[in-house]
Design a protein around this ligand. Structure first.
Ligand SMILES: NC(=O)c1ccc[n+]([C@@H]2O[C@H](COP(=O)([O-])OP(=O)(O)OC[C@H]3O[C@@H](n4cnc5c(N)ncnc54)[C@H](O)[C@@H]3O)[C@@H](O)[C@H]2O)c1
Length: 248
């Protein structure tokens, strides 16, 4: 029951909701892998976790690079002996109108937000199949429904929803669930970096008027990662304060 002694890789977990998720899973007894491209932030996060007595290692890896992902998985097995939970969280956004976006904007967004989760899922699935148990949790976005100025990001996140459903269908018979969280506005460094004008426009559309915290996502991930949540798979769970009830 729960996630005690389960091994979790959380991509992009040196910041934002990934970091909050790592602390949430570790607080509940999981052994965690802090992955990111930001080495200093990884070291700081691992140090804070170990200071609290949590079992954590850090792995620098760009999730859009197959060799780096495979190395991260090997390092996890070497350190902890298994992989039970994969949280595909790392992401970024290049926004702009269809007219202004460049080919590079498209490539980098799709490579990190969609190819990354594919590569990580592919790299862990053999271990999960072997042990007949696993949880793959993908972080999409409410923006997968479509958002003006968000062509690459919305398209990549829509792909994450399809990937989630496909993995659920392919791997269900091995005791592996695959679910997707579609966050709305969450107060993280990614959100902080948006222009004030964009932030006030988006905040005004929140049904409850407020934006969410990293722990709103971390708690939902804890639920989906639980050994007991075996009959929930292939789903998109909106954690957005009701924002998904409206169109873009
Ligand atoms: N904050 C929001 O309002 C919001 C809303 C919807 C969805 N999301 C999604 O939630 C996830 C986490 O976002 P956040 O708000 O916590 O952002 P964040 O910027 O705080 O954290 C993202 C982390 O991912 C890391 N990262 C980026 N590229 C990487 C790569 N190639 N390999 C490994 N790590 C990489 C970054 O270094 C960073 O530490 C993302 O997938 C994002 O698209 C965020």
């Amino acid at each position: 029951m729960g996630v005690r002694n389960r091994v979790a890789i959380i991509t992009g977990s040196a910041s934002g909701m990934g970091r909050d998720t790592a602390f949430m899973l570790a607080k509940n007894g999981a052994k965690v892998v802090i992955n990111d491209i930001a080495e200093e932030k990884i070291d700081q996060t691992v140090k804070e976790m170990r200071d609290k007595g949590y079992d954590a290692i850090g792995v620098v890896a760009d999730i859009s690079n197959k060799a780096a992902v495979e190395s991260m998985v090997s390092q996890t097995i070497e350190a902890f002996g298994s992989i039970d939970i994969l949280v595909n969280n790392a992401g970024m956004e290049r926004a702009g109108s269809l007219r202004k976006l460049s080919e590079q904007d498209w490539d980098i967004t799709v490579n990190i937000c969609l190819k990354g989760p594919f590569l990580c899922s592919q790299a862990v699935h053999g271990h999960m199949v072997e042990q007949k148990r696993g949880r793959i949790i993908n972080i999409a976005s409410r923006a997968w429904l479509g958002g003006p100025g968000q062509a690459p990001y919305s398209s990549a996140k829509g792909g994450v929803v399809s990937l989630t459903r496909t993995i659920a269908l392919e791997l269900g018979k091995f005791g592996i669930t695959s679910n997707c969280i579609a966050p709305g506005l969450i107060a993280t460094p990614l959100w902080d970096g948006l222009p004030e004008k964009t932030k006030s426009y988006l905040s005004a559309k929140q049904p409850g008027g407020s934006i969410g915290e990293g722990d709103d996502i971390a708690n939902t991930i804890l639920y989906l990662a639980d050994d007991e949540t075996s009959y929930v798979t292939g789903q998109v769970l909106y954690v957005c304060g009701g924002r998904s009830l409206f169109s873009a």
